[in-house]
Design a protein around this ligand. Sequence first.
Ligand code: FAD
Ligand code: FES
Length: 273
Amino acid sequence: MTHNPLVPINGEVITILTESHDVKTFQVRPEVPMAHMPGQCAMLSLLGVGEALFSITSPPGRDYLEFSIKRVGKLTEALHQMEVGHQVGIRGPYGNHFPVEDLKGKRLLFIGGGIGLAPLRSLVQYTLDRREEYPDAFQLVYGSRSADDLLFRRDILNQWPEAPDFKVDLTVDVASSGWDGHVGFVPAYLEALAPSPENTIGITCGPPIMIKYVLQTLEKLGFKPNQIVTTLEYKMKCGVGKCGRCNLDEHYICKDGPVFYLSELEQIKCDFC
Ligand SMILES: Cc1cc2nc3c(=O)[nH]c(=O)nc-3n(C[C@H](O)[C@H](O)[C@H](O)COP(=O)(O)OP(=O)(O)OC[C@H]3O[C@@H](n4cnc5c(N)ncnc54)[C@H](O)[C@@H]3O)c2cc1C
Ligand code: FES
């Protein structure tokens, strides 16, 4: 049985992982399987509280979906109060997805900031699960405000650095005791690391200001617009082409995106990216 993506279905919270002081990852098993691809998002709802869009951070092919949720307001506060066994409404998935076919045979450079690693994590795991199709080098450049805000520690500190030919470079905006890694913003660190653009695709997600400077840095490093992929999901509201809050020229980010090549954004004259 498949479901109508506009109609919420119930999902049961089966696992909760604390990522940081304000982010938790919820594994939710939908009552009806919900197939998705990396880069897509879904609407989560709690009756009497509200609903909002969240990236699906797990890769496809599991019997659950993972959502990593930062506590910022009314709904996310209520979601953080959920316990294992609680029910949450889910509808979706929405949006297009990362161009997984184009990434085959390329070196993959993932660039994330803060909670923006959530959609990238789905793609990283998807490509790692199919390493025979993605055998070339992987590199992740990831930053957060402080060491305490680094998310998905089991992935970024253990699983991914231990995967073959996978380099992980971490940075934090502000130094703190116990952190002996790099300190500085993601775009500046990316420029200093200077990854080669040769046969490489750069894929980025993070706060809008980070994305803006990462796109500029990648171009400075010699990446062509058709070697740069980003997601503009933060511009989405309803996710289904109804609210008109995400238009970009005659395009709707939620219907044509949120994942775009920079070459596409240049054609539709995106003045904020
Ligand atoms: C496509 C898409 C994907 C997303 N993916 C993720 C994801 O993977 N993980 C994630 O955590 N978020 C994600 N978000 C963001 C998420 O949807 C929002 O964080 C969520 O809608 C917040 O809902 P809320 O009711 O908790 O906050 P709201 O109550 O709506 O508050 C939102 C903002 O208002 C501010 N605010 C709230 N109350 C006050 C107050 N009293 N005074 C001043 N300011 C206040 C908050 O600081 C916050 O910045 C995504 C958004 C989109 C569009
Ligand atoms: S998010 Fe509502 S129309 Fe695109």
